[in-house]
Design a protein. Structure first.
Length: 131
């Protein structure tokens, strides 16, 4: 938002530790984290780890995974703060994470549809270009 003090970041590290020599199967782990700070009044950090299994054919991949995610939010109190009692409050939540998706390769373009479930399900459509 223009004129607002918002900062965010995210990082993900994926390591494929097993590829089957006989069938198109791969196992990987994904470690991720991110955060956001809004006007120094609200900040949130997310971390997680997933174990992923991918079945890949020539132009199609089916993948699913399970893991754990944690989010911590800090709500600033005081003058102009966000809390009712004026005290800075820190809240956290840990949850299991499951996901599945389909990815299609169309020439140099990749399209993926993914369903994630933390506490509530989320749906994503990803479009990428390989160069």
């Amino acid at each position: 938002l223009q004129g607002e003090s918002i900062a965010g970041f995210g990082v993900s590290l994926r390591w494929t530790f097993y590829e089957s020599p006989y069938i198109p199967l791969a196992l990987a782990t994904n470690i991720y984290g991110g955060g956001v700070n809004i006007q120094s009044k609200l900040s949130s950090q997310t971390t997680g780890v997933d174990l992923l299994c991918t079945m890949a054919m020539e132009d199609l991949a089916l993948y699913f995974g399970v893991g754990q995610a944690k989010v911590v939010g800090v709500f600033t109190g005081g003058t102009g703060g966000l809390t009712d009692n004026g005290e800075t409050t820190k809240e956290g939540l840990s949850s299991s994470h499951s996901l599945f998706g389909l990815a299609f390769q169309l020439s140099k373009m990749q399209i993926a549809f993914q369903v994630d479930r933390y506490v509530d399900p989320t749906y994503g459509l990803k479009v990428g270009l390989r160069y």
